[in-house]
Design a binder for this molecule. Structure first.
Ligand SMILES: C[S@@+](CC[C@H](N)C(=O)[O-])C[C@H]1O[C@@H](n2cnc3c(N)ncnc32)[C@H](O)[C@@H]1O
Length: 219
């Protein structure tokens, strides 16, 4: 038994430190897999928008690679406060992406990263269109997700590890072909794809869940 909450509330109440512990316990590979693919992208002078920034695990890489400006977008204010205070982002924007478009000007980003975010988007086509809007022409988006062959699989995961009181959150697994189609409809093409069979380990059972990372280019 437990109560159902949404991902933004879950991450807001968990806060950045608890989130970091969870990433260690589950051996979360999202940011490191994405970092490998970011090696092929020139970040010097780039404006990067990290959506679902959480506690900002990619920001050291952005800074080392010469990014000029990092904008962090997230629904959870506690994660954004941490990012601003700890120099993980130059600017932060609070937004629930299941409800609203990003409050950013069109064609502002050279690179958009979304690590760990698509698992919380029930209907990602609107957000995908917004990624294409915010990217500059020829800009790149990097996303990751837990792939499924079915169109969209919904699952409730226990957030007990965060609160110790039996909260549940809906997560969504997406089919790679569906996401590629949403991006194609938004004027973007798949540049590369990699799947890690051990992208994360389920908290209670320790079973591995694959994680696909996709790079997409705005045409
Ligand atoms: C799994 S964490 C990922 C953090 C970091 N990017 C990483 O890879 O470790 C997911 C992040 O997405 C944010 N998020 C989830 N659903 C969201 C929504 N509907 N709108 C905005 N942010 C959301 C959460 O608040 C959380 O910070």
């Amino acid at each position: 038994m437990g109560y159902l909450t949404d991902a933004v509330d879950y991450y807001d109440r968990a806060g950045p430190k608890t989130y970091e512990t969870i990433t260690q316990l589950t051996a979360w590979q999202g940011p490191s897999d994405m970092a490998m693919m970011l090696r092929d992208i020139n970040l010097r002078g780039a404006t990067v928008v990290d959506v679902g920034i959480g506690n900002g695990p990619l920001s050291d890489l952005f800074r080392r690679s010469g990014a000029a400006h990092i904008i962090g977008v997230d629904g959870a204010q506690s994660q954004l406060d941490y990012c601003l205070k700890n120099n993980k982002a130059d600017e932060v924007v609070q937004c629930d992406l299941n409800e609203f478009d990003m409050p950013l000007e069109s064609e502002t980003a050279d690179v958009i990263t979304c690590s760990g975010l698509f698992s919380y988007l029930a209907e990602p086509s609107f957000f995908v269109a917004d990624i294409a809007r915010v990217l500059k022409p020829e800009g790149t988006a990097l996303i990751n997700f837990h792939p499924t062959r079915n169109h969209c699989v919904q699952e409730r995961i226990s957030a007990e590890s965060f609160f110790g009181q039996g909260a549940f959150v809906n997560v969504y697994h997406h089919a790679p072909e569906d996401l590629a189609m949403h991006f194609a409809n938004a004027g973007m093409r798949v540049a590369s794809v990699k799947t890690n069979p051990h992208g994360i380990y389920r908290f209670m059972t320790g079973t591995p869940l694959p994680l696909t990372t996709m790079a997409l280019r705005k045409i």
